[in-house]
Design a protein around this ligand. Structure first.
Ligand SMILES: [Zn+2]
Length: 543
């Protein structure tokens, strides 16, 4: 076990709305999970300071902080002119009196201009008193469909960082599709630092450290919405050296937030679960079959795919990354194949399968709008290319999955006992309840079922009705406790590990499973045994 001290720079406690009945929120739950994962301290904000009233929530936070010396507090702040919060000097004095050294601004949620004119007096006072400022970033270009009230925009950030060059700003919750904006902001402003719990871009830890140094990347989890184990694994399994890992784990936040004490180490004997024990050491799983049931691939030495930055996305790089965790095999579809050009994209997958036989297994992608000769195409992907998987894709065809245009493919897949990976569509439940009984020999894998408890409930409903339906987990949301929820309702035999790599880094998705509160036997089924069964059912003779 390593001796690193971990301090989470991005966590919330307190009630928030609308919350799923299953989602956790209590400080006690956070503290328990911190001990489970081996996170020693956390810098926490109160949801009511964000969602109700800053000062009301800030005072509630003070009560929560008393529950453990492992907790450090963040106060929500805003400009004082409208009479809702003390003027900057009084506010900062009150923060300091309460041991608070971190401020956070929510310009979207609190509906004020994040502009140097309006916020200048407050930002100047924060800079002068050397407070760390936190803001939440989303994709930085607006229209963030996932969190419309959260994000600051790239131009606002640039203006604030330019005007206050000694104000340290921690950008939280920035997404992987913001990478090119983040590069510009970070290259221009040395006072900007970043946490990666929502970014999770492929090799993001290594990429941002290479670009800007380990001093500018912080460990953050997004708890209790996100699985803290996902973020911890991301740091533990990445290939940075020990010095860099220590900076990211806690040294940077201790320096920037001027934390006056370090949290104590845990005195536990180490977990009994051998999978969790390996994870805590950041070591690859051995004697455990691990198959990534949902992955992609892009072209050799590719830089981007589907609009976004995506380095290290070719077969060689992905295999190298997979080895860190002990992933034995990957079921891949071509990014290009689902995105715009199935013929070119399938060829990329076929090349990877030939170069790494037994490691890469192909999902064929076909777009009915472009298919001219079904028998010819089906022979090519399923016989010549030996792809056992089907990847119809709604977002880039806009066809419902039960549209009759797909039928020739499903009929063929049904004859060969294939498996099909289904990305969500607007009417997924109805479409799957129609398809699964009509094509009973296909193993239907519902992708991204762990996206939220709501998505999990939809998946559970379909899986309970149809024995040939499986629930694959992956999404950046790494919803805390949702894997346990799915296992409780459909059993571990119906839940599959998947990563969506190389769009997302595979490590956080792996961490989400291995740090879950499921038994080692359940984890083994999800990590590989289930997918092996699905793959072994496919008939070789049909060809
Ligand atoms: Zn995908």
């Amino acid at each position: 076990m390593n001796n690193r001290i971990y301090i989470d720079s991005y966590a919330y406690v307190g009630k928030r709305g609308p919350k799923d009945v299953e989602a956790q929120y209590e400080t006690e739950a956070l503290l328990e999970e911190m001990e489970w994962t081996g996170i020693h301290g956390a810098v926490i904000a109160h949801s009511e300071a964000k969602e109700y009233d800053p000062m009301y929530g800030n005072r509630m936070l003070l009560r929560e902080l008393k529950k453990s010396p492992r907790l450090y507090g963040v106060w929500a702040v805003m400009p004082h002119m409208t009479g809702e919060i003390p003027p900057p000097r009084d506010l900062i004095k009150e923060m300091q009196d309460n041991g608070i050294t971190v401020a956070k601004m929510y310009p979207r949620a609190h509906r004020f201009p994040f502009h140097v004119d309006y916020c200048g007096e407050l930002l100047g006072a924060l800079e002068e008193s050397e407070m760390l400022l936190m803001v939440e970033g989303g994709n930085l270009y607006g229209n963030d469909v996932l969190e419309p009230t959260n994000q600051v925009l790239v131009n606002e950030m640039d203006a604030v960082l330019t005007r206050f060059p000694r104000l340290n700003v921690l950008l939280q919750g920035a997404r992987w599709d913001a990478t090119r904006f983040l590069y510009w902001l970070m290259a221009k402003h040395p006072n900007l630092v970043l946490e990666l719990s929502t970014h999770q871009g492929n090799r993001a830890m290594e990429v941002f450290v290479k670009w800007f140094g380990a001093e500018r990347v912080l460990f953050g989890t997004g708890a209790l919405e996100k699985s803290p184990g996902a973020a911890k694994a991301f740091l533990d399994y990445c290939t940075l050296d020990e010095e860099a890992k220590q900076k990211i784990a806690s040294e940077n936040i201790v320096r920037l937030a001027k934390l006056d004490r370090l949290p104590a180490a845990y005195r536990s004997r180490g977990p009994r679960d051998p999978i969790l024990a390996r994870a805590k050491e950041g070591k690859p799983l051995t004697n455990t079959l691990v198959i990534d049931s949902h992955a992609h691939i892009s072209h050799d030495d590719g830089g981007g795919s589907g609009f976004v930055h995506s380095l290290y996305s070719d077969d060689k790089s992905m295999r190298e990354r997979a080895k860190l965790m002990g992933i034995d095999a990957m079921c891949i579809s071509g990014f290009l194949a689902v995105w715009t050009d199935y013929e070119e994209g399938n060829r990329i997958v076929w090349n990877a399968m030939k170069r790494f036989p037994g490691f890469y297994h192909g999902y064929a992608a076909l777009q009915p709008q472009y298919v001219k000769d079904w028998p010819r195409e089906l022979r090519k992907v399923h016989v010549q290319y030996r792809m056992d998987g089907l990847k119809p894709y709604h977002p880039r065809t806009l066809l419902p999955y039960n549209d009759k245009l797909w039928d020739p493919w499903y009929e063929y897949g049904n004859r060969m006992n294939a498996y099909a990976l289904i990305h969500p569509s607007p009417n997924l439940v109805a479409e799957m309840n129609d398809l699964a009984p009509r094509y009973p020999n296909i193993s239907w894998i519902l992708a991204h079922t762990g996206a939220s408890f709501r998505d999990a409930r939809n998946g559970i409903e379909v899986a309970l009705k149809n024995p040939n339906v499986y629930l694959e987990i992956t999404l950046t949301s790494v919803t805390y406790r949702v894997i346990e929820f799915m296992v409780k309702h459909v059993g571990a035999g119906r839940v599959l590990f998947g990563t969506d790599q190389p769009m997302r880094d595979p490590i956080p998705q792996f961490g989400w499973v291995v740090y879950s509160h499921c038994t080692p036997e359940e984890k083994k089924k999800m990590l590989g045994l289930n997918m092996r069964k699905i793959m072994n059912r496919v008939k070789r003779k049909h060809r």
